[in-house]
Design a protein around this ligand. Structure first.
Ligand code: ADP
Ligand code: MG
Length: 789
């Protein structure tokens, strides 16, 4: 495979008593043939006419027996064909030169039988010699006459071309002629019968059709398919041997034909020149287009010419001088063919059925191997077969138990089982999601399908999907009920779908995976929470409110343990101050502790600042007093004129002491003042912390309070300027000052007094209050928005 080969070209000379010895000479190598033409004296003594040619071929067969011809020309091609290589043997030459004699031979004489019967003999002989292979042989016999196809082996009586409309079809498996009968031949004799039948048909046809048999091409094809008898071999080979008896190659001019004969001659020349073009194109590696479709002959032989097959050409020539011109023409054709290279390749195919069988066999073997390994490794018999429904159900149950926590681990058995475990994880997960989803729908969407207001309210609240798909039919009353377990917990106001899901799935977990949550169960547990018919026109908020006010509902056992730790809330909301005390002990305890801590630090700093201020004031007073005393001394001495002498300043002892004291006081003042400045900075910082904590505490409280007791409409009312405040709610002003006792206020006032005077107190108070109020409103708005969502 892959080695390039030339087309093998042989010349066979028809025996004759009138051999042109002077004109045709053979080389000693038996491969060369030289032609010598006598100068045409009519053209003059001196002319440019070529008179000598030398052709080098693969062999010259002169006076060669049919036997030798076969050995030289066909034997190798046939041997190669049984190894998977396509082969083509063609006879070319002018009419009567011996093409048919070479190819078919004399049918009446066994000794003179041609290549064709000998090929069949060799094929069957080789099949006998290859017991390891199952080889099938099929044959077909095609005649191409005037660009029409004729089946020479058609079982139908021949009536004309319209009855056998054959077409040349190209497929990935190669070229085949649709409509051409292909005959399975299990033995030599059958094959011969077919050959003779074909030859007979050829003669009959030529009579009935009044056609000149020398002007038709005949292609006898042997199809070989070789399967290995060893089952493990999935590969099989196919090959074709084409034995082609071409029409006479004589040129149109010589035949002097007219009319019908002229037409025939035109075709012959045409198809033979197309054959030559195609074969030359095949030999040119630079060419990627081969003109096979130009005529029926080349099209039908597309996968048997050149390319990947073994090709042999036998050129039949006359030995007489009178035929020298045609002989020369035939030899030119032969030498051109010889230059063509081919690249024979095996036609290998795969037997899919056999491949499956082999894989099955190997699988069985590997299973046995595994069983041996398992027993050696002391593993209990592990099944490697695909799992059945029961086994898969068992894995599903394991996964569910694992998810519930009742199964600690899932034993690993084999790869298949691990894959199934993961698969079942996915199955269980999606089932649970669906359960939650459908339970939710059932519980929250038992609403009259025509009640659009309610539906849209429910949609807004995110209780049903956007598609508004309602599950379940309306009950007798025709409208909704049942706002579910969460309504028994007024402390929870968040209605997010996600939360419902969580609650429900926790419920599902409790009930156990073996009995997944059914809508029916839940409906039963919540059936006491019935809304009054009037509620159907209200929105969800109304439903929730009424629910909350239906206070006689006991918490359900299905509530999560964490939630159960909380004491049940009273049905009527406590007043805010009362609630605030609860809050500080409950959720707000930590922030309240920090708040208190910060406040005590602040108070301590304030106290110190206050003391420092007192001291500074005292020092200031003393400074003033000392200054006064000094001034007094000064004025006293001025009166006595003690300073007048020499302009010198004379100071008495008392005065000196006063000066010293003043100096000391001023120093004290500076130190204390510095301390005070530092304290002020600290106080400012602490004050900031305390304010922040207070805001935080109030904010958290408001959230908590609203979550616990508050309802949106009340909130709106309360937030409206001058809106009514429900019992249990504190006036805004009271909330603002909440947490600030009188002592606080006093010390604040005292502190703020010092830096910027008493006028700043109201300023700071107003600022603080505005901030608090602002924060409060912000919190409320935030809540409102969350609620709307
Ligand atoms: P073609 O098919 O090329 O037109 P044929 O094969 O029919 O020519 O040959 C014409 C005649 O010549 C036939 O009667 C055939 O028996 C005879 N003939 C051709 N070649 C040989 C040969 N090598 N030995 C004996 N007879 C031959
Ligand atoms: Mg012939």
């Amino acid at each position: 495979m892959g080695t390039r080969k030339k087309v093998h070209a042989f010349v066979r000379v028809k025996p004759t008593d009138d051999f042109a010895h002077e004109m045709i000479k053979y080389g000693d190598d038996n491969k060369t043939i030289d032609i010598h033409l006598k100068k045409d004296t009519r053209r003059g003594v001196v002319n440019n006419q070529q008179t000598d040619w030398s052709f080098k071929l693969d062999g010259v067969l002169h006076d060669a027996s049919q036997d030798l011809v076969y050995e030289t020309v066909a034997k190798d091609v046939v041997s190669q064909a049984l190894n998977g290589y396509n082969g083509t043997i063609m006879c070319y030459g002018q009419t009567g030169a011996g093409k048919t004699y070479t190819m078919t031979g004399a049918t009446e004489n066994y000794k003179h039988r041609g290549i064709l019967p000998r090929v069949l003999q060799q094929v069957f002989k080789m099949i006998e010699e290859r017991p390891t292979q199952a080889i099938t042989v099929r044959v077909s016999y095609l005649e191409i006459y005037n660009e029409s196809l004729f089946d020479l082996l058609s079982t139908l009586p021949y009536v004309g071309p319209s009855v056998t409309p054959m077409t040349i079809v190209e497929s990935p498996q190669g070229v085949f002629i649709k409509g051409l009968s292909v005959h399975l031949t299990s033995q030599e004799e059958d094959a011969f019968s077919l050959l003779f039948e074909g030859e007979t048909n050829r003669i009959i046809a030529s009579h009935t059709m009044n056609k000149n048999s020398s002007r038709s091409h005949c292609i006898f094809t042997i199809y070989v398919e070789a399967h290995s008898r060893t089952l493990s071999d999935e590969k099989y080979i196919t090959s074709k041997i084409n034995l082609v008896d071409l029409a006479g190659s004589e040129r149109l001019g010589k035949s002097r034909s007219e009319g019908r004969v002229l037409k025939e001659a035109t075709y012959i020349n045409k198809s033979l020149s197309f054959l030559e073009q195609a074969i030359i194109a095949l030999g040119d590696q630079k060419r990627d287009h081969i003109p096979f479709r130009q005529c029926k002959l080349t099209h039908a032989l597309k996968d048997s010419l050149g390319g990947n097959c073994n090709m042999v050409l036998v050129t039949n020539i006359y030995g007489e001088a009178s035929q020298l011109e045609e002989t020369l023409s035939s030899l030119r054709f032969a030498s051109r063919m010889k230059l063509v290279t081919t690249e024979p390749a095996i036609n290998e195919k795969y037997d899919a059925e056999r491949m499956v069988k082999n894989l099955e066999k190997e699988l069985a073997l590997l299973k046995q191997e595994l069983a041996i390994h398992d027993s050696l490794a002391n593993r209990t018999l592990v099944n490697y077969d695909p799992m059945d429904e029961i086994q898969i159900a068992e894995i599903n149950s394991q996964v569910r138990r694992y998810l519930e926590g009742t199964l600690d681990e899932i034993d690993i058995i084999n790869l298949r089982q691990i894959q199934e475990v993961f698969n079942q994880f996915r199955v269980v997960l999606s089932q649970q999601e669906q359960e939650v989803e459908s339970t939710l729908r059932r519980k929250y969407t038992l609403i009259d399908k025509n009640d659009f207001a309610t539906i849209s309210a429910v949609q807004k609240a995110g209780l049903v999907d956007d598609d508004g798909h309602l599950v379940g039919e309306p009950d007798g009353q025709g409208f909704g009920l049942g706002v579910a377990p969460f309504s028994t917990r007024p402390g929870k106001k968040s209605k997010s779908k996600k939360m419902f899901k969580e609650q429900l799935s926790s419920l599902a977990r409790k009930e156990g995976a073996s009995s997944p949550v059914s809508g029916k169960d839940l409906d039963a547990s919540t059936s006491k929470i019935q809304l009054t018919p009037s509620s159907k026109d209200g929105d969800v908020k109304d439903m929730l409110l009424q629910d909350r006010e239906t206070s006689s509902i006991e918490p359900l056992a299905s509530e999560s343990p964490k939630e159960e730790l909380r004491p049940p809330r009273p049905s009527t909301p406590p007043t805010k101050p009362v609630a605030f005390e609860d809050f500080k002990n409950e959720r707000g305890s930590e922030i309240n502790r920090i708040f208190k801590e910060n406040k005590s630090i602040l108070n301590e700093r304030r106290k110190r600042a206050s003391e420092t201020t007192k001291r500074i004031n005292a020092i200031k007073r003393e400074i003033d007093m000392t200054k006064e005393a000094l001034n007094f001394h000064k004025s006293l001495r001025e009166k006595q004129g003690e300073y007048e002498n020499k302009g010198l300043m004379i100071i008495d002892e008392e005065e000196f002491l006063l000066i010293l004291k003043l100096k000391d006081l001023k120093k004290q003042y500076r130190t204390e003042y510095q301390d005070l400045q530092d304290l002020r900075a600290e106080i400012q910082y602490c004050q900031h912390l305390v304010d922040q904590c207070r805001h935080r505490l109030l904010m958290e409280f408001d959230i908590w309070y609203n979550e616990s007791f508050f309802v949106p409409e009340d909130l709106q009312a309360a937030l409206k300027p001058g809106g009514s405040i429900r019992p249990g709610m504190m006036p805004l002003s009271r909330i603002v000052s909440l947490g600030e006792d009188d002592q606080d206020r006093f010390s604040r006032l005292q502190q703020t007094m010092l830096p910027e005077g008493p006028d700043s107190v109201s300023f700071y108070n107003a600022k603080v209050k505005t901030e608090q109020k602002h924060n409060y409103l912000k919190t409320m708005m935030g809540l409102q928005q969350t609620h709307r969502k």
